[in-house]
Design a binder for this molecule. Structure first.
Ligand SMILES: Nc1nc2c(ncn2[C@@H]2O[C@H](COP(=O)(O)OP(=O)(O)OP(=O)(O)O)[C@@H](O)[C@H]2O)c(=O)[nH]1
Ligand SMILES: [Mg+2]
Length: 307
């Protein structure tokens, strides 16, 4: 059976290989580590989209530990990097998975194609496996195919999907869905929404309306999660910022890390925003959404890969 670390290692392999290759030979242990080596390290970190502040923090830490004689080999270097990254990523428990009684509403937002609908389906699957009573809501009424896509996930996971006709007001879908989820005593309602860009004011207003509507009729737990595409690297930071302005985000899901060389972006996001990383998407299947772990992430992203 695959253990969780295998999932992280497989999903982050591209990032890990790319990083390892870039610094191979710089820190051999037989020569004195110098400025050009640290520059190569910083470039490799920035290349993996850890962002400048995190890259400099890791590199400075390694430089200091080396000067103090605390680290001597490339393996030591990887250990220090892992610890530093796990420290940055540390956050309170995953709010979605806390076992408070009562309905939890989870709203998924983000730009077009980031993986919201797939993530809604995967979260439903994950929660069903934990014996939770789950409902999905098709808040993307913009495209007819979006409702169908979510309904497929509903069939696949055995979860009821609340939907309306194409072009309906998504806030009214959310309203109906919250009431339906309460009536059926659900533990979770997961609301999918249409992809939107921050500069499209009407779509952003529509999103605020969904949030206000849910808040009016639901006083319990309400998670507003941004889904970002892990292959876009640093651009995700501006997406998190723009959506924060609209709907006071409570967490982040980072998808498609399996196809990305830019896994460091997860750390850059966590470093810049006070938001927990809740799940990572490491593939397209229903089991490929993994509950985030800072230790396993750090272990996998800095797995030393030869050749
Ligand atoms: N490899 C991989 N593919 C993913 C992952 N998550 C989503 N995808 C794929 O990304 C594509 C877009 O996913 P959707 O879930 O439709 O994205 P969306 O945000 O709902 O898109 P819009 O509704 O158009 O804004 C699909 O082909 C998914 O299968 C992931 O973690 N890994
Ligand atoms: Mg969608």
């Amino acid at each position: 059976m695959k253990t969780l670390i295998n999932f992280f290692q497989k999903g982050l392999r591209k990032t890990a290989v790319s990083f390892s290759r870039k610094i191979t030979g710089c820190f051999s242990g037989v020569k004195e580590w110098g400025e050009t080596d640290y520059e190569a390290l910083e470039a490799a970190l920035i290349g993996a989209d850890f962002g400048v502040p995190v890259s400099l923090r890791i590199s400075d830490k390694i430089k200091n530990e080396y000067k103090l004689g605390k680290i001597k080999t490339e393996d030591d270097l990887f250990l220090v990097a892992k610890k530093e990254v796990a420290d940055i990523l540390k956050h309170p428990d995953n709010g979605i998975l806390q076992t408070k009684a009562g309905l939890k509403v989870v709203l998924l937002v983000g730009v077009n194609g980031s993986g919201k609908t797939t993530t809604a389906g995967k979260i439903a699957h994950l929660l069903k496996n934990k014996n939770k009573k789950v409902m999905l809501a098709a808040g993307d009424t913009f495209r007819a195919a979006a409702v169908e896509q979510l309904k497929l996930w509903g069939e696949r996971t055995g979860v009821h999907v609340v939907s309306s006709k194409s072009g309906a007001d998504p806030a009214s879908v959310a309203f109906d869905a919250v009431n339906a989820a309460k009536a059926r005593d659900c533990d979770y309602l997961i609301i999918d929404t249409a992809g939107r860009q921050h500069n499209k004011k009407t779509l952003m207003d529509e999103l605020s309306k969904i949030v206000r509507t849910v808040e009016k009729i639901h006083t319990g737990s309400f998670e507003r999660i941004i889904v970002v595409d892990g292959s876009i690297g640093g651009n995700a930071l501006s997406q998190v910022k723009e959506f924060s302005n609209i709907c006071a985000l409570t967490g982040v899901v980072c998808t498609k890390l399996d196809g990305s060389y830019k896994g460091g972006m997860v750390v850059a996001i966590r470093n810049e925003f006070q938001l927990p990383i809740l799940f990572v998407g490491l593939g397209e299947g229903e089991n490929d959404l993994i509950e985030f772990s800072q230790e396993l992430f750090a272990e996998a992203v800095f797995e030393k890969i030869q050749g």
